[in-house]
Design a protein around this ligand. Sequence first.
Ligand SMILES: [Zn+2]
Length: 82
Amino acid sequence: MGEETQLQKTERLKRQLKGATLHYKEYTRHSESWDHDHCLVCWAKFMESGGVDILNEGYATDDDRDWVCASCFHDLKSAMGW
Ligand SMILES: [Zn+2]
């Protein structure tokens, strides 16, 4: 057992997202108590507003819970069937 490493987590999330339908949209937080998300692949940060390192839009699943940044989307879209 032991803790899942970030690499293992990323690989698991990529498997979950394979063939998923992703939509390009402005980032919106999905809960009052949660103000950001991360790209599931490279861990870039999404927020509704923020500095130069913060992404304001990207590719999200239908429920807005899983986010992928534009550069990872383009890198992976053929491998992932997006
Ligand atoms: Zn990314």
